[in-house]
Ligand binder design. Structure first.
Ligand code: NI
Length: 257
């Protein structure tokens, strides 16, 4: 039993200098498993390479909403092929992002729908990225019966009311470094509201380092700060947060074994 980081990007160039050293150190520092998340076809391949190299790293394949407009029409076939790898646990990260790219809204919706369908077809879960697109994301997930797919809403950034809708669909909530920010009042309310059964830990490394390392390169080694904050909000021990989230991830991703 140990910490599971359900969302990292260790293929990112931010880790080029010390990737091997850092990844080898994780199991010695209480990090039990890592799910490395893809954002396009190239990173999907890189995720699989990392999963091949390290037995405690698992992979996803998928295209982030900010990159779907760059894809060639056969990209779904490529994802389908890559998803055959035994350590691929989800189609990710997929969704809608109107913060970074408002100019491709229709394309984003179209490709989100296609990737949700792919997850369903392959019997995989989905990791959802949704920013400034609350209504469209929920509408699409309801329309595509995402409750039958399941997965994680990553870096959850909306309020309690919407959280209730995702809970109804059986989705898990990825809680990361933002939870430790002083001004993250809304997220702290959501954490207080969520049942422990629905929370999983994540970093989004190299991004979103928790306090006291805010602004620096993030890694799974920072997760204890997130654990402490969840424990404080929930009024439980840190060990219980680690134990419960560990159980949640194994329910979500039985392949992690
Ligand atoms: Ni991410």
């Amino acid at each position: 039993m140990g910490i599971i980081d359900t969302h990292s990007h260790y293929n990112d160039e931010a880790f080029d200098e010390d990737r091997e050293e850092l990844l080898l150190s994780l199991p010695t520092k209480g990090i039990d498993r890592v799910v490395n998340i893809a954002v396009d076809i190239e990173s999907s391949k890189e995720c699989i390479e990392l999963a091949d190299k390290y037995d405690y790293i698992y992979a996803t394949v998928g295209v982030h909403p900010s990159y779907v407009h760059e894809m060639q029409s056969d990209y779904i076939e490529k994802l389908k092929d890559l998803a055959k790898h035994e350590k691929v646990v989800a189609i990710a990260e997929i969704g809608l992002d109107y913060y970074w790219s408002t100019e491709h809204k229709e394309k984003q919706k179209e490709e989100f729908a296609r990737q949700l369908e792919l997850a369903k077809e392959l019997g995989l879960t989905a990791v959802i990225h949704s920013r400034d697109a609350a209504k469209d994301t929920l509408d699409m997930m309801v329309a595509k019966r995402a409750g039958e797919i399941g997965g994680v809403v990553h870096c959850y950034s909306y309020g309690v009311e919407l959280a209730r809708e995702y809970l109804k669909m059986g989705f898990y909530f990825g809680i990361g470094g933002v939870s430790t920010f002083k001004n993250a009042k809304k997220l702290k309310e959501v954490i207080a509201y969520l049942p422990m059964e629905s929370i999983v830990l994540e970093t989004d490394a190299p991004y979103l380092s928790p306090v006291p390392n805010r602004g620096k390169r993030n890694s799974s080694l920072n997760i204890p700060y997130i654990v402490e904050e969840i424990a404080r909000i929930k009024g439980i021990q840190a060990e219980e947060v680690v134990q419960r989230t560990f159980e949640n991830v194994h329910r979500l991703y039985p392949k992690l074994g």
